[in-house]
Design a protein around this ligand. Sequence first.
Ligand SMILES: [Zn+2]
Ligand SMILES: [Zn+2]
Length: 426
Amino acid sequence: MNSEGGDGDGKIVSQVEVALNGDAEKASSSRFTSLLASKDRDYLLSPTGSQVKVSDLEGHVVGLYFSANWYPPCRNFNRVLSNAYEQLKANRSNFEVVFISADEDLSAFNNYHSSMPWLAIPFSDLESKKALSRKFDVEGIPCLIILQPDSNEKEEILRDGVELLHRYGVEAFPFTRERLEELEREEKEKHDNQTFANLLSSHDRDYLLGHHPTNGQVPVASLVGKTLGLFFSAQWCLPGMKFTPKLVSIYHKIKQLISERPGVEGFEIVYVSSDRDRASFDSYSSLMPWLALPFGDPKIRALARHFDVQDIPCLIILGPDGKTVTKQGRSLINLYQENAYPFTEARLESLHRQMDEEAKGLPRSELHAGHHHELTLVSDGTGGGPFICCDCDEQGLGWAYLCLECGYEVHTKCVRAAGGNSTVGP
Ligand SMILES: [Zn+2]
Ligand SMILES: [Zn+2]
């Protein structure tokens, strides 16, 4: 290979170099190749079906995306991932995604993959798909496993890509430990410095919308000193629609309660809308006697990210100083109604004590009209915990009646006597 004869030393050096370069190439290509290629395939598929060499992934941060078209949470996450992907590509970041399909057939796969801007393992390569899912212990979809370009270390494999992207968006890139620690520090700082003004105002807006239909402007500054609920919901969200009338009634009761006790701080709620168009926003917010962020305001997305809101409806409670009191406003309202106010730990402790006291008077077991097995009284300490009531479909916590046989669980207040065997009041 070295045609300059005569110089023995030079020749040896260049051979060593060739060998080294060859090894380095092999070492760096071997990781993605051994993971993503097979003995008779060294390529991945682009969304249009053309072949892209696995070796083209070298030097990239690679996300292995386990997903299927038939599962709605996957389709939802697709949007999040597409957004991040397009942004990273526009910034020329070295990021690539490989889709590993759990679709039911080839045409479903083709359809689904054509909606994605990234690569995929061919649908027919069952063996590779199975091996990957086994290797990375994939238990549920959507799942996004992030691999760093030049590390074989196990600790450089991140398995919670889905959560990280939901939480930080493209900011999470390049998904290294250092980057994530940095984000966590920044986030903690933001929460420590949280005020109504920096949460709810922007450079060109220092007000919220007043109650429909007047929609006058209410200064954000007027909220200081009140307990504030941020209500994340949308008209297309059925549980949100179901919870709204209840929240309206509790809102009035809390206002009433406050007016009867002078010296007690105020209470307000702000609607944070995920409605898809203005008409839905207008019609939904007209049901609400409280304030709202304007439809489509950029703060809405920022708040959802700041509080890591992944499911709606969600009610986040802020104290009079703007700091977070609890993210469990919705279940606390379901559990304690207006008594939950002002949602502080001290208040909840006293409510817990009260509930424990009341539970002493409840029967250890119950026959409930809505279920065919006997139900047992449980609490946090005895097999209970957060649950969704099988009778009223709302969240619950603490004391409950549970079927030890099949997990059916209801609020103590939701038990209805079966066969005239009544023991619990309304
Ligand atoms: Zn219930
Ligand atoms: Zn049962």
